[in-house]
Design a protein around this ligand. Structure first.
Ligand code: PPE
Length: 308
């Protein structure tokens, strides 16, 4: 991770080292924040943010589900992100907007605590390693189940909810694996700690539906569309645990992880990335980098600042 010079905080650009909060920040104690993970890529037309509008829409929804309003309209967050990328001189970077309950009264009622917002950017390479993206990563089904809709809101990308992913991630790393796959509360395959899952069998691609308690990933949606455009049959349905090991191919999608194949699950070989994974990965990579004209509308090009 390569830090930036400048962070956007509550409407202002501040130096990285000055972007600070009080120790009684509500979100620090109770997890009352929502965030996004977005990426910008270098393209022919300049630096471009992948599905920026969709990410900001999900941010607003996540906030709403936790009774927060965005302190700044989406369009202002969008423009602030453009300027932040330009000010930091990045061509490609990871973008992390965070909206959270700030310092104020303690206790579980957050409604009197001001809603604050920050946007940070940094240079972030392949999340599960460049080799992982090429050759696949080793996964383990976690003993932790994905948070259920009975207790929390799988659809929201909320800070406190990530304790679930943190436990699963630590468990898998300590056991010598690179990623954990969480089952949902009913025992069906749900997702990785920060990625959605796709299973390929006999040319058909399956992915768990929204009702399986997934975070409805923006890369998931993009890959679903790409797969269908390539002529594959794509089915959203419950996936049993054993289907991971019996699959011809398994891959994960997410902003940080992009498209990363799974080569092993629970010490059973799935194999090196197969032809379906490879084909989709290539088109997806072209879409991210502005090389696929049919997916151009997914890119929000960062305007070059005028030299006034
Ligand atoms: N599920 C979870 C739980 C999740 O966190 C992510 C994104 C996804 C699915 C895929 O969503 P999308 O990025 O919209 O396709 N995880 C973000 C956070 C990762 C992190 O380490 O922080 C991300 O990839 O940015």
């Amino acid at each position: 991770m390569n830090p930036a010079d400048t962070i956007w905080m509550n409407g202002e650009f501040v130096p990285w080292e000055d972007a600070k909060v009080h120790v009684l920040t509500h979100a620090l104690h109770y997890g009352t924040g929502v965030f996004e993970g977005i990426r910008a890529y270098e393209t022919e037309r300049g630096s471009a943010i992948f599905r920026h509008g969709d990410h900001l829409e999900r941010l607003e929804q996540s906030a709403r589900l936790y009774y927060m309003e965005l302190p700044h309209p989406r369009e202002q967050l969008r423009e602030a992100t453009h300027e932040l990328i330009s000010r930091n001189g990045f061509r490609s970077c990871y973008i992390r907007p965070l909206v959270f309950r700030g310092a104020g009264p303690m206790g579980l009622n957050p409604l009197e605590n001001e809603v604050e917002s920050v946007i940070a950017v940094w240079e972030w390479g392949a999340y599960l390693g460049e080799e992982g993206k090429q050759k696949g990563v080793r996964g383990k089904v976690s003993s932790w189940r994905r948070i259920s809709p009975d207790s929390l809101i799988p659809h929201a990308k909320a800070s406190g909810q990530y304790l679930n992913s943190v436990l699963a991630k630590i468990e898998s790393l300590k056991a010598g694996y690179e990623e954990a796959i969480l089952l949902d509360d009913k025992g069906y395959v749900c997702e990785g700690t920060g990625e959605n899952v796709f299973v390929v069998k006999d040319g058909v691609i399956c992915t768990p539906p929204q009702t399986a308690g997934i975070l409805d990933g923006i890369n998931r949606k993009s890959v679903m569309q790409i797969a269908r455009d390539l002529g594959y049959e794509l089915v959203e349905r419950n996936v049993a645990r054993a289907e991971l090991a019996m699959a011809d191919e398994v891959f994960l999608t997410g902003t940080a992880a992009e498209l990363t194949p799974l080569c092993e699950i629970d010490d059973l070989e799935i194999g090196p990335p197969g032809p379906v994974t490879r084909e989709i990965q290539q088109v997806f990579d072209d879409a991210l980098h502005g090389r696929a004209p049919q997916y151009r509308e997914w890119l929000d090009v960062v305007p070059v600042p005028s030299k006034a």
